[in-house]
Design a protein around this ligand. Sequence first.
Ligand SMILES: Cc1ncc(COP(=O)(O)O)c(C=O)c1O
Length: 394
Amino acid sequence: MRLSKRVENLPPYLFVGITRKIAAKRAKGEEVISFAIGDPDIPTPPHIIDRLCRAARDPVNHRYPETDGLPELHQAIARWYEKRFGVSLDAQKEVLPLIGSKEGIGHIAFCLLDDGDIALVPDPGYPSYSSITTLAGGEPYYLPLKAEKGFLPDLEAIPDDVLKKAKLLWINYPNNPTGAVADLDFFNKVVKFAEQHDLAVCHDGPYTEVAFDGYQPVSFMQADGAKEIGVEFHSLSKSFNMTGWRIGMAVGNATMIDALMRLKTNLDSGIPQAIQYAAIEALTGPQNCIEEHNAIYQRRRDLIVEMLNSIGLEARAPKASLYVWAKVPEGYTSVDFTANLLDQVGVAVTPGVGYGKHGEGYVRLSLTIPDAALVKGLSRLAGWRSTRRRIIRG
Ligand SMILES: Cc1ncc(COP(=O)(O)O)c(C=O)c1O
């Protein structure tokens, strides 16, 4: 059998390798504490599950859903954006429910890119932006995110010849993997830049609800003119601990939303309707679960950051997102360090280079680790410090 070149050239997804390594260790009977994956450990709130169960029992929801989603879900998303960000959206034309935001992130590349077109992609960045660009026939051009610039891309540094071929700009704040945030000034600059260079903007914002110390992230849709040039991907995965149910949304530019919907009607048959009802409940029901979850993540964040700094891994407490981005100790690459931690103390973290070459020198730790495992993981990290000291002295 001969696979398509497109798929032959497609690298496996970052976490597949990490998950396999952890599974191999566990299969040998070793206990691994994993800070590797950003998948909320706290269950979906009970009122959302109750709605899901009720909807699952109704035979109306046993049949094919509409690909473009229930009108009530469109309305619920539009109302949530109005209430949370003060952004008004046309519920039918400017809102599209997705089978998790990753699905829309993947498919939008096929709506915007032809062979040889450039997509501007943050580095380090969520791996799908670049892999899907290549799959759609485009070429990623990487925008370095550097600590000294607050992990924001330097748009002015993009060469003219690249801009001429570029059709799409990806941004993502609160950011995975760096935990950086962006303000409205930055988003306003992005809109102006996109207008100037005829770019479509895709802002990926699944972490706007995961924030600490009273900080409230903004939506790209709040920027002046954002709707004229771009869309925002959002998700219920991280806001409401619903990664397993696979539901998200794209909102914004009506032409881009329509293109994505047209593509999707040819590819999938919509989101299981019971899950759409659960999403409506999440968006319109009590929101206090968000604050409760953030208090848990904030406590974990502080414990992790303190421990990392105490063992010589420089890390700042992020204002938002589920991630701590920490510098690896001198003398290690991110891959060496990750392997060393796993072998020496059975702790899994993600190597920064997995998110792009500018992620080298860092590792990412996720806050989605249950408290008991967190305590054990932190004490193992403290143990790594003493192992290291013995090696250095030895
Ligand atoms: C930056 C970013 N975008 C999108 C996603 C995908 O989320 P969803 O569960 O909505 O597909 C993730 C998941 O980790 C993410 O970190």
